[in-house]
Design a protein around this ligand. Structure first.
Ligand SMILES: *[C@@H]1O[C@H](CO)[C@@H](O)[C@H](O)[C@H]1NC(C)=O
Ligand SMILES: *[C@@H]1O[C@H](CO)[C@@H](O)[C@H](O)[C@H]1NC(C)=O
Ligand SMILES: *[C@@H]1O[C@H](CO)[C@@H](O)[C@H](O)[C@H]1NC(C)=O
Length: 390
């Protein structure tokens, strides 16, 4: 439940290098077909998609499919009204075409990629699921916390803003039948291209890490990040190909956090409302560095004051490896930094091709966990011996 994917702007998809890029990076490629090619009866006209599928078959491309994007805006953006019920039937049509394909008969089909629920969007999703649920592998929707043109640093650190995601996830999950997977098909901090000076800086990490934690906790299997590179200010890699803070955060998350979510509870003994957010997973078992049973705690401190985290007695003796991320700059402007420190060292590429080692800092036995103000961190409890993580 922790897979992060990236939305990549593919200007020239069918140039093989892009598929090679996906393959070399271990990413899966999902291609969005055009749902706005319609017949006079306002059903989807699949002629063009069938040509495209034949071409991809002839090249044996490994990929899966979507049909359309944010159908709730079709009327506003394209002057075409498609209701959920019809869209579901369009997906069934595409599913049939895929089933007849020698290459794509068991490939994934994801949709409807609705933007986050507001009243009439919900009607669209409900109608879609009535007719189309059987055609899709996972139900996708999009989420942004705030409008990029109209937000502030305070929003990025506000527990109430972060909590709005839980409400939206619960609304979506309730409308989807049990057993059907739900994915965040496109998501980032702020819509409208991101928030200038915020979405590509250290402070964006609070929204990103909290989203990964909350989404997994509430049962979402995949979170697809808008965007890896290009387009807006919510990218992970800048135009110079240098990683931005959310890139480093994503990399650590993938290395240290496994898909199994464990229950964690914060008991605050003092201080203001909910500045500490905390999630607990099995440590990624693919990370050969740690022994079976290890768990990873990740925590966010949305407040300026350092906090001490005391673990329950049965885990208190475990060796802990800490990965604390802080802004690379100090002073007032620090949260707007485009650089990040891991355990005090600024992270940067060794050269064009080489990532730096991301080393944890081992706490002394019995040492308490201290999470600095305005930071987030991963703590691997190496000897936790959690049975479900073995
Ligand atoms: C990459 O290509 C190889 C060979 O075609 C294939 O076996 C493998 O599944 C591909 N990997 C991904 C992630 O698509
Ligand atoms: C579908 O679109 C194609 C052009 O791509 C056109 O030739 C065909 O007549 C259309 N079919 C319907 C039923 O509208
Ligand atoms: C933790 O270690 C201390 C000192 O070695 C020991 O007294 C204590 O029983 C241990 N606690 C647990 C829960 O294993």
């Amino acid at each position: 439940r922790d897979v992060i994917c990236f939305l990549i702007l593919l200007l020239d998809l069918f140039n093989r290098p892009h598929l090679l890029f996906a393959n070399c990076s271990g990413l899966d490629l999902i291609f969005g077909l055009n749902a706005l090619l319609r017949t006079s009866e306002n059903t989807w006209n699949s002629t063009n998609a069938e040509l495209l599928l034949k071409y991809c078959e002839s090249r044996q491309y490994v990929m899966s499919w979507e049909l359309g994007n944010e159908p709730n805006s079709y009327e506003k953006k394209a002057g075409i009204r498609v209701d959920g019920y019809q869209l579901g039937q369009d997906f069934v049509h595409l599913h049939q075409i895929l089933q007849e394909s020698a290459t794509y008969h068991s490939t994934g089909l994801y949709g409807p990629d609705v933007s986050q629920p507001r009243d009439h969007h919900k009607d669209l999703l409900t109608g879609f699921l009535e007719t189309g649920a059987k055609a899709i592998t996972a139900c996708t929707w999009h989420h942004y916390y705030v409008n990029g043109r109209d937000t502030s640093l305070e929003d990025f650190l506000d527990p109430e803003v972060l909590d709005t995601l839980a409400t939206k996830i619960n609304e979506i999950v309730e409308s989807v039948s049990p057993g059907k997977k739900v994915w965040l098909g496109e998501t980032s901090s702020a819509y409208g291209g991101g928030a200038v000076g915020l979405s590509d800086t250290f402070v964006a990490g609070f929204m990103w890490l909290d989203k990964l934690g909350l989404a997994a906790k509430l049962g979402l299997d995949v979170v697809i990040r808008q965007v890896l590179i290009g387009s807006g200010t919510y990218h992970l890699v800048d135009d110079n190909l240098d990683p931005l803070p959310d890139y480093w955060l994503s990399l650590l998350y993938k290395r240290l956090v496994g898909p199994e979510v464990l229950k964690a509870q914060v008991l605050m003994n003092s201080g203001p409302k909910k500045p500490i957010r905390l999630y607990l997973h099995c440590t990624n078992r693919k990370s050969t560095h740690y022994r079976p049973g290890a768990v990873t705690l990740f925590a966010l401190n949305l407040n300026k004051n350092e906090v001490t985290i005391s673990l329950p007695a049965h885990t208190a003796n475990s060796t802990i490896e800490a990965f604390v991320l802080q802004s690379a700059e100090i002073g007032q402007q620090n949260l707007y930094s485009r650089s990040v420190k891991l355990n005090g060292q600024v992270l940067k590429m060794v050269d064009d091709r080489t990532l730096p080692p991301l080393k944890g800092h081992e706490l002394s036995p019995g040492e308490r966990i201290k999470l600095p103000g305005f930071s987030f961190a991963f703590y691997v409890l190496i000897e936790a011996q959690a049975p479900v993580c073995k």
